[in-house]
Design a protein around this ligand. Structure first.
Ligand code: NAP
Length: 304
C-alpha cells in the first residue's frame, strides 16, 4: 500500500513551488511531482522584470531561487510524468511511471505549453531551426537572421532577447498593433536590428538544402502579398494551451483551462487548480504564486 499524503502537488512552476512551501509550513505531508525540474514557463523567459523585489532577475534564476526555497522544507520531490489521476475523495490516486501515489487532496499546477501554428514545415523542422523557446535556443543563432511570430509579451521579449546576438530579427505579427506591454514595445521599437512585419500570418516554414530552416513564407492579410523572409530560425510565441489533458473528470472551459476561482477549488472535492492551468484573468508569475498560497489554504480548510 502506497503512503498517504495530505497533499500531492503536480507541477513545479511558481504555483506548484509556492504551494509546496506553504504546505510544508502548514506541516502537511506533501509530495511534489515535477516533470522536467523546477521553474515551469519562467525558464523560457530571459528576464522577469515585474516580480516585486527582484527587478531584472532572469527566469532561470527565479526558478532556481524558488526551488532552493522549497528545499529548505520537508517536502518529498519526485521527477516523473503523471499519466492519469483516479479522483476519489480522500484517496486520489496519481498514476506515474514511478508508481501510484495517494493524496487526501491534490493541487494541479501543471501550467501551459506553447501553442503550435500547424503550418507546413513546423513539425518537421522543430529542433532544426524552429523553436518555442528563445532563451533556450537563441544562442544557436548568433549573427544570423531569425523571425519571431506573435505580438504578445513573450514574442516581444523574445525579439528583444534575440536582437542582442542576431544580425536581424523580424517580428511577424498578424495585426497592426502589438498586444505586449507598452514598456516592452518601447524597448523593441528602439532596436535598430528588429523589423516588425505587420498584418502578416505565417504560411510555411521552408527547409533549406541543409535540412535546416531556410525561410519563412508569410502572407499580408490586407494586400494578400505572399513573400518569403530569408531566415535560419523561426521562434514561435503565439501563446499557450493548458496542460490539462490528463483528466476529463474535472470541469474545464472551452479552451481546456480547469474551472476554478481564487480559492482554486475545482468541480471535484479535495482537488484544486493553481497557476496558469486554471481559469483566470491574468497569467503572471505573481498570480501563479498567489494561487499556490490560496490552494494550500483551501487544502487546509478541506482537511479540517
Ligand atoms: P499571448 O499574450 O496570448 O499572445 C499571443 C500572441 O500570438 C498574440 O499577439 C496573438 O495575436 C498571436 N497569435 C496567436 N495565435 C496566432 C496564430 N495562429 N498565428 C499568428 N499569431 C498568433 O501569449 P504570450 O505572449 O505567450 O503570453 C502568455 C501570458 O503570459 C500572457 O498573459 C502574458 O501577459 C504573460 N506574460 C507576461 C510576461 C511579463 O509580464 N513579463 C512575460 C511573458 C508572458 P493577437 O494579438 O492578434 O491575438
Amino acid at each position: 500500500m502506497s503512503e498517504l499524503y495530505d497533499v500531492i502537488i503536480i507541477g513545479a512552476g511558481p504555483a506548484g513551488l509556492t504551494a509546496g512551501i506553504y504546505a510544508a509550513r502548514a506541516d502537511l505531508k506533501t509530495l511534489l511531482i515535477e516533470r522536467y525540474g523546477a521553474g515551469g514557463q519562467i525558464l523560457n523567459t530571459y528576464e522577469v522584470d515585474n516580480y516585486p523585489g527582484l527587478a531584472g532577475i532572469t527566469g532561470g534564476e527565479l526558478g532556481a531561487k524558488m526551488s532552493e526555497h522549497l528545499d529548505k522544507f520537508n517536502v518529498t520531490r519526485l521527477m516523473t510524468e503523471v499519466e492519469g489521476i483516479d479522483f476519489s475523495e480522500g484517496a486520489n490516486k496519481v498514476k506515474t511511471d514511478a508508481g501510484t501515489f495517494i493524496g487526501k487532496t491534490v493541487i494541479l499546477a501543471t501550467g501551459n505549453s506553447p501553442r503550435k501554428l500547424g503550418i507546413p514545415g513546423e513539425e518537421e523542422l522543430t529542433g532544426a531551426g524552429v523553436s518555442y523557446c528563445a532563451t533556450c535556443d537563441g544562442a544557436f543563432f548568433k549573427k544570423r537572421t531569425v523571425a519571431v511570430i506573435g505580438g504578445g509579451d513573450v514574442a516581444v521579449e523574445d525579439a528583444i532577447f534575440l536582437a542582442r546576438g542576431c544580425e536581424k530579427v523580424y517580428l511577424v505579427h498578424r495585426r497592426d498593433e502589438l498586444r505586449a506591454a507598452k514598456i516592452l514595445q518601447k524597448a523593441l521599437f528602439e532596436l535598430p536590428n528588429v523589423e516588425v512585419v505587420w498584418d502578416s500570418i505565417p504560411k510555411e516554414i521552408v527547409k533549406a538544402d541543409t535540412g535546416m530552416v531556410g525561410g519563412l513564407t508569410i502572407e499580408n492579410v490586407k494586400s494578400h502579398e505572399v513573400k518569403t523572409l530569408e531566415v535560419s530560425g523561426v521562434f514561435i510565441a503565439t501563446g499557450n494551451n493548458p496542460n490539462s489533458s490528463y483528466t476529463d473528470a474535472i470541469d474545464k472551459d472551452e479552451n481546456g483551462y480547469i474551472k476554478a476561482d481564487e480559492s482554486c477549488a475545482t468541480s471535484l472535492p479535495g482537488v484544486f487548480a493553481a497557476g496558469d492551468v486554471r481559469t483566470k484573468r491574468l497569467r503572471q508569475v505573481s498570480t501563479a504564486v498567489a494561487d499556490g498560497a490560496n490552494a494550500v489554504y483551501s487544502v487546509q480548510e478541506f482537511l479540517i
